[in-house]
Design a protein around this ligand. Structure first.
Ligand code: NAP
Length: 185
């Protein structure tokens, strides 16, 4: 489960739970990015804050874990490196790379993108009424997972937190408290 997670919210958690159910996954590994490629906006929370919020959000689910591979590698995060690093620890497992459809629609510009499909099955998570890039989806046999709870967005959570508006029930309770305590946004 790759993403910036700035912050992680309940839509991400529902998407992970849906993917775990659909593909009978042993674990879902949340991997917060280091420096995201192609970010046309500033990432607001530090990598450490995004990592800790992900740990808090996933703590109660026995199959959800968080990996530091992208944060500890440093520099721009390329999914080819993410998958190779995860594969080192999970060599006997089949990998699925789950992320937002917006990101996946640009996959042909990702580093070494042709190799990616031999390392993992790609799953593009969509919001309701999102227009998917069908060419990319069918060309690379990418699965789609529509998640109504993805009506929640990190951008909206950040804006609400910055304005002092409530974000209860959009993000897990512990993450609300972490954001408020550390004035993350
Ligand atoms: P992002 O801008 O954070 O997100 C793009 C869209 O996808 C947003 O609508 C976002 O919603 C949604 N999204 C992000 N992560 C999601 C997830 N795990 N489940 C469901 N929806 C999700 O995207 P990004 O962080 O740049 O990239 C996402 C992943 O693709 C990361 O793992 C990144 O490393 C990888 N990527 C790799 C390359 C490369 O290898 N060159 C290039 C770009 C991206 P929210 O804002 O609500 O999360």
């Amino acid at each position: 489960m790759g993403g910036t997670f700035d912050p992680i919210h309940n839509g991400h958690l529902v998407a992970a739970s849906e993917a775990a159910s659909r593909y009978d996954l042993t674990k879902v590994i949340f991997v917060p990015t280091g420096v995201s490629a192609f970010k046309n906006r500033q990432i607001v929370a530090t990598p450490e804050n995004r990592y800790l919020m992900s740990v808090i959000a996933t703590a109660a689910n026995p199959i959800f874990i968080v990996s530091r591979v992208d944060i500890d590698r440093g520099g721009i995060t390329y999914t080819i490196d993410t998958l190779k690093d995860i594969k080192k620890d999970y060599s006997d497992y089949e990998l699925y790379f789950i992320t937002g459809a917006d990101a996946v629609s640009q996959i042909e510009s990702w580093k070494d993108y042709k190799q990616l499909f031999s390392l993992a099955k790609f799953v593009a998570v969509t919001r309701p009424d999102y227009a998917v890039n069908c060419d990319i989806i069918s060309k690379y046999s990418i699965d789609q997972l529509e998640v109504p709870a993805m009506a929640i967005s990190s951008t909206n959570c950040r804006q609400r937190a910055a304005r002092g508006e409530p974000i209860w029930y959009l993000v897990p309770d512990g993450v609300v408290q972490y954001i408020n305590k550390h004035k993350v946004y």
